[in-house]
Design a protein around this ligand. Structure first.
Ligand code: SAM
Length: 278
């Protein structure tokens, strides 16, 4: 929780001073703000959670389209400003909190949709945090272009990694459109992109498998230049014949590298590893 108790200062435009350490790059392009809101496909009845509403440029559009809006903002001065702005709207809640400390499912208390022009210094932790069940029915994020590329990467390339596989095990990630740095004030140093994440009707890993799956995938990509035989031997302290037998059971070439395995290969591998004493 933010512990700054001083009265908020204001800049020339009447906004609290920009805090770059909180990743504050405000989206000012109205056309792009509208496209992000459109990508949520809201019917007007949903509970919508917004991560990092900032000065409320996107929030202003979303309050007209959601049944209930809960916005989570860490900056105390911005949270207070938004609370005043939406004081007359009984369906809007501004939660002053670090999004990583908030259980999104508990806050929503029912089915929800998620949106965020997220602070880039914690994009990956936010994406992993939002994977914890109960997950959003769909999520739309504005992220660094490089993260969007990783989310949507096919196996085999350098962008394909632990983030790709963990998301793909439970959801579909779609690259929607790119956003130039000039659409923000102040502009970030990188290009950005909007992605939508939608849970799979049939997930590749069960909820009780998600944690060991994450550890396996992160462990494997921590050795992405190694062959799978070596990866399995390191992760499970087994000899070569045992590692080869595990991989053969799930049709994975012992000489393959982690970046060539599909999300389903990793799910099958997790189950095969379960048969080996730890
Ligand atoms: N949504 C606004 C927009 O599009 O202009 C602001 C986006 S800005 C990139 C990210 C916002 O996330 C900022 O308002 C920042 O204060 C807020 N933020 C930073 N760290 C946060 C955290 N840990 N939890 C919640 N909000 C955070």
């Amino acid at each position: 929780m933010n512990d700054d108790t001083r009265p908020p200062r204001r800049d020339r435009d009447g906004f609290p001073p920009t805090r770059k350490s909180l990743g504050q790059h405000f989206l000012t392009d109205r056309r792009i703000l509208g496209r992000i809101a459109d990508a949520l496909h809201l019917k007007g009845t949903e509970t919508l959670l917004e991560i990092g509403p900032g000065r409320g440029a996107l929030t202003d559009i979303l309050v007209e389209r959601a049944g209930r809006l809960i916005a989570i903002e860490y900056d105390r001065a911005l949270a207070e400003m938004l609370r005043q702005r939406y004081a007359r709207r009984s369906n809007v809640l501004i939660a002053e909190a670090d999004v990583l400390d908030v259980s999104l499912g508990e806050l929503a208390a029912g089915p929800y949709v998620l949106v965020g022009n997220v602070p880039y210094y914690i994009t990956t932790p936010i994406l992993f945090h939002a994977l914890v069940p109960p997950r959003a029915e769909r999520s739309v994020y504005l992220v660094q272009r490089e993260v969007a590329d990783r989310l949507c990467a096919p196996p085999g390339g350098k962008e394909y990694g632990a983030l790709t596989v963990n998301v793909a095990a439970v959801a579909k990630a779609e690259m929607l459109f790119k956003v130039p740095a000039g659409a923000f004030s102040p502009p970030p140093k990188v290009e950005s992109a909007v992605v939508r994440i939608t849970p799979l009707p049939q997930v590749l890993v069960r909820p009780d498998e998600e944690r060991p799956f994450r550890l396996l995938v992160q462990g494997a990509f921590g050795m992405r230049r190694k062959q799978m035989r070596r990866v399995i031997r390191s992760l499970r302290a087994v000899d070569v014949p045992t590692a080869d037998a595990i991989l053969a059971a799930v049709n994975i070439d012992p000489q393959a590298r982690p970046e060539t395995l599909s999300p389903n290969d990793f799910a099958m591998l997790l189950r095969a590893l379960d048969t080996v004493a730890q």
